[in-house]
Design a protein around this ligand. Structure first.
Ligand code: AN7
Length: 347
């Protein structure tokens, strides 16, 4: 059962909203086995969003946005994307039999995200420039032509994405002390904060978490307080210099008593490897940014040892193997029998 069916009463859907469902959501909140212990944190969890049907959290918001677009009679869906939004939109468009057009910055998105959009049958346009200029172009086009804009400036995306906060509270019995997540276009931090507040108002949570956002150093507009014209980072998902939901992010940060800080690409990649090799959880580089930030906050004594902390792993590591492979030892190539193999492996 997908997020619309499970959280209907909290979503802007009614009897005339078409049924759209790919079994998104219901992702596990995995307790840390090794990293928490190493950091001295007793209650560390990972919200493993890579297990959504297209491999990222984007499916939660997309299912609601697509349902509402169909309800309004849209026949063509369109978005600009650093990859995951386009993969998700293309999948739901394919399922519902409507046209999908995705615009991605050329040479800037992970190959497997591009292959998803193509396989789901979207029309893919690669535009010279970065994500921010692609989004500007798509917004402009959607103002003049009959296409439904599916980026997270579409409020139905935020509505669907807030269900992740509901699931965290449903799993823990209350809100955690800290919710850590990557910040790119800033839709997700806006959505989580909305979800936590709504669940508290509904009496399902007694408190609110501090919202901790992580940006990459070369793409940290919110941290630096101004747009970045040419953002750079290995974490292509969050290579964004002028976030559409900037205000939503600063509101979440300030009203929750949280923070948004930047981590380096080196910290991101080492957090990514540590997560995979010590927890068995393979997440894409952007998803490792909040874990890198957690390492720093614990080192600086900014997180109490008995706090409950949830790190949102927004996308699967399988999305971007190229980024990951740069940082591990290559496989051993060998021509030999069991005895030579055993010798090389020091068995
Ligand atoms: C894995 O797909 O912006 O702060 O176009 O793919 O809500 O933008 C992706 C963003 C974090 C940042 N982690 O979330 C897109 C896109 C992953 C992501 C983010 C993205 P927002």
């Amino acid at each position: 059962m997908g997020v619309i069916a499970r959280y209907r009463e909290h979503l802007p859907v009614g009897p005339s909203t078409p049924e759209v469902d790919l079994n998104e959501g219901s992702t596990p909140l995995v307790p840390s086995r090794n990293i928490g212990r190493a950091l001295g944190l007793k209650h560390l969890y990972f919200k493993y969003e890579g297990l959504n049907p297209t491999g990222s959290f984007k499916d939660r918001g997309m299912v609601v946005a697509v349902a509402k677009a169909l309800e309004a009679g849209s026949k063509v869906l369109m978005c600009a994307s650093t990859g995951n939004t386009s993969a998700s939109m293309a999948a739901y468009a394919a399922r519902m039999g409507v046209r999908a057009i995705v615009v991605v910055p050329s040479g800037e998105i992970a190959l497997n995200k591009l292959s998803q959009a193509l396989m789901y049958g979207a029309k893919v346009v690669t535009l010279r420039g970065n994500f921010d200029s692609a989004l500007e172009t798509v917004r402009d086009l959607a103002n003049r032509y009959p296409v439904a804009l599916m980026n997270s400036i579409n409020p139905n995306r935020i509505e669907g994405q807030k269900t992740a906060a509901f699931e965290v509270v449903d799993a823990l019995g209350d809100a955690p002390d800290y919710l850590l997540l990557p910040v790119g276009n800033a839709g997700n931090i806006t959505a989580y904060w909305k979800g936590f507040r709504e669940y508290q108002s509904a009496g399902k949570a007694t408190r609110l978490p501090r919202m901790i956002g992580a940006q990459a150093e070369g793409a940290a507009p919110i941290v630096s307080g101004h747009a970045i014209p040419n953002p750079t980072t290995v974490a292509s998902a969050i290579r964004i210099g002028n976030p559409a939901s900037w205000e939503g992010a600063t509101t979440a940060r300030d009203d929750s008593g949280g923070m948004i800080a930047a981590v380096s690409d080196t910290e991101i990649l080492s957090a990514q490897i540590r997560l995979a090799s010590s927890e068995g959880l393979f997440a894409e580089p952007a998803s490792a940014a909040p874990l890198a930030l957690l390492f720093r906050l614990v080192r600086d004594g900014k997180i109490e040892k008995d706090a409950t902390a949830v790190v949102v792993l927004t996308g699967s590591g399988l999305k971007d193997p190229d980024a990951a492979l740069k940082n591990v030892e290559p496989p051993i190539e060998l021509d030999g029998d069991a005895r030579t193999l055993a010798k090389v492996l020091k068995l």
